[in-house]
Design a protein around this ligand. Structure first.
Ligand code: C2E
Ligand code: CA
Ligand code: CA
Length: 575
């Protein structure tokens, strides 16, 4: 049994090395000898002259052990023991009853009252000393076990269990005094990236440092807990003004955004914070935590290193998200997905050379759901990994089928999201799939966005190099829209640049877009990279692209993405 959570977290605090013993006896001579004996053994001693006094003293300063005389005026030791044990916070406080009444009845009365043990007068001092020592050892062991059960071993912070208890206490206090408090839900940005790229030891150093900084920036009375992973919570009590919560949260974000040195490397983390207020945003532990969590998600979505207060609209959005998330999970099991294909063309001879695989969700009620509505969610929840693998297999099988049927296409583009790229062994997957369908790696183009390269450069470079060595073609999708760092083109093994639709759209009216497309064409040409344009809708755009020596393109000018059946009937057969 673990007993109740500890009311003090400071295990190993100074006074533990010298336990406090309360001596309750009406006989001054007896108190004197007891004090002397206990002090000789290194304990601190408090004195009470009767049961009532013992109760009063105990509520002021909790001793580690009580030596309680059975017979005292005003209130006897049995009654005092019953009263002390009735208080929840003293349920584990050991009481040793000292009785001269060496009869069975008083011994059983002592135990009934809740005494831990008893000893008879005249006191055998050697026995008493040994018994006290043994009891304190047991108490310490119990405390240690309780500490372990209620604290996170890495950071020493209260864990979820103790946090729940602290929340209940805070709710009780706030309810009684008609007060407000704030619950902060903190999630460390980029923790996963650092943990994955620099190893778990680095992750541990990071969490320990975050804990140190959190501890240094809130009041001692505020509870900080680690719920698990990179999730922390803080309870800020007695804050009726949202402004003061804002101030504390801002200073928290500030200290967390200072770079942290791990293994001689500086890393930047930052955090996203969601805030729920008692009682406006909930009056129970579960409600407050859920709403603070929802607000944290919103903060993350708004860009990192920021905070958000919970609002009820978030809850509606979260509900919708949850609904979609649930049906998405179901959709993967039920295989409600279809791969559509958009043809890619060679502008020199006007022939279809291949296709881009674009996934669709055939929702039983909503019909065809476009990827913009579910890919971000699949990415956030990790479902993109199995979904993406399914698309890769499906599209490769399709290319093999069409090649076997004699169609001259050899250029299949597949989109790969950041999470797929970082969490899945893409090399192993492609090796296996290419082998299974007997495809030439040169037939496959992997489309990545710049965000993949930004996140975790060293690992990204390594994975790209491996894929490149295997013979796969690497394309940078949506080029020009993201970080637009031209350096990526030089620094990473990239074969093809895909000009984003938004630039092609501006041709020929938007001079700035034209200038950008020309610049991209010049750059890729100089670096010896291939160029492809997407979102081509007009003959004018086709002419312009040929002019700047961009000879590959796709877009509504030729065809929207279509089903495989349509693709074969209307595009391949007519070529
Ligand atoms: P993306 O890779 O940039 O795909 C091109 C998008 O532009 C497609 O939208 C396509 O239908 C659309 N498009 C093509 N030509 C034209 C045009 O001439 N005019 C206009 N207005 N639009 C054109 P879609 O199919 O809705 O896909 C949206 C995004 O969803 C994709 O953008 C891609 O980022 C993501 N996506 C789609 N399928 C997958 C997949 O299997 N895996 C992953 N990870 N992402 C996918
Ligand atoms: Ca794409
Ligand atoms: Ca694109």
């Amino acid at each position: 049994m673990l007993g109740s959570p500890p009311y003090s977290d400071q295990l190993g605090q100074d006074d533990w090395s010298s336990p406090v013993i309360l001596v309750a006896d009406d006989d001054p001579a007896m108190r004197l000898i007891l004090r002397h004996t206990m002090e000789q053994d290194g304990y601190q001693v408090l004195e009470a002259t009767n049961g009532l006094e013992a109760i009063q003293m105990t509520s002021k300063q909790v001793p580690d052990l009580i030596l309680m005389d059975a017979v005292m005026p005003t209130m006897d030791g049995f009654e005092a023991t019953v009263e002390i044990k009735a208080m929840a916070e003293h349920a584990d406080l050991p009481i040793l009853v000292i009785t001269s009444l060496d009869d069975d009845r008083s011994v059983s009365r002592a135990f009934e009252a809740g005494a831990y043990d008893y000893i008879t007068k005249p006191v055998n001092w050697a026995v008493l000393r040994q018994r006290v020592r043994r009891m304190l050892n047991i108490v310490e062991a119990e405390r240690k076990i309780r500490h372990l059960a209620y604290h996170d071993p890495l950071t020493g912070l209260p864990n979820r269990l103790l946090f729940m208890d602290r929340m209940d206490q805070a709710i009780c206090r706030a309810m009684r005094s008609d007060d407000h408090f704030a619950l902060l839900f903190i999630d460390i940005d980029n923790f996963k990236v650092i943990n994955d790229s620099m190893g778990h030891d680095a992750g541990d150093i990071l969490l320990t440092e975050v804990t140190r900084r959190l501890n240094s920036s809130v009041r001692r009375s505020d509870t900080i807990a680690r719920l698990g992973g990179d999730e922390f919570t803080v309870i800020l009590e007695n804050v009726s003004e949202p402004e003061s919560v804002v101030l504390i949260t801002k200073s928290l974000l500030e200290v967390l955004s200072d770079p942290i040195t791990i293994n001689q490397r500086e890393v930047h983390v930052g955090a996203s914070v969601g805030i729920a207020m008692y009682p406006q945003d909930g009056t129970s532990f579960g409600h407050l935590l859920k709403n603070a969590d929802t607000a944290m998600y919103r903060a993350k979505a708004l860009g990192r290193n920021t905070f958000q207060f919970y609002t009820s609209e978030m809850s509606t959005a979260a509900m919708r998200r949850l609904e979609l998330e649930n049906s998405l999970r179901y959709a993967i099991e039920k295989e409600e997905f279809i791969v559509y294909y958009q043809p890619k063309y060679d502008l020199k001879n006007g022939r279809c050379i291949g296709m881009e695989a674009l996934v669709r969700w055939d929702h039983p009620e909503k019909g065809l759901v476009p990827p913009d509505e579910f890919i971000p969610l699949a990415e956030e929840t990790g479902m993109i990994v199995p979904l993406g693998e399914w698309v890769i297999r499906k599209a490769c099988a399709q290319l093999r089928d069409w090649q076997k049927s004699g169609y001259a296409i050899d250029d299949l583009s597949i989109n790969v999201s950041p999470r797929q790229f970082h969490e899945q062994d893409l090399c192993a997957l492609f090796r296996q799939v290419l082998n299974e369908y007997e495809l030439d790696p040169g037939n496959i183009q992997i489309e990545l966005t710049e965000s993949v390269l930004v996140e975790n450069q060293d690992t990204a470079r390594q994975v790209l190099a491996d894929l490149h060595t295997m013979g796969l073609n690497i394309a940078l999708d949506d080029f020009g829209t993201g970080y637009a760092s031209m350096a990526y083109l030089r620094d990473f093994p990239i074969d093809t640049v895909k000009i984003d639709r938004s630039f092609v759209l501006g041709i020929p009216s938007d001079r700035e877009n034209i200038a950008i497309v020309r610049a991209i064409a010049g750059l890729t040409n100089a670096l010896g990279l291939d160029l492809i344009a997407e979102g081509v809708e007009t003959a004018e755009q086709v002419e312009f692209l040929k002019n700047i020596e961009c000879y590959r393109a796709q877009g509504y000018f030729w065809s929207k993405p279509v089903s495989s059946l349509h693709f074969e009937q209307e595009i391949l057969k007519r070529a």
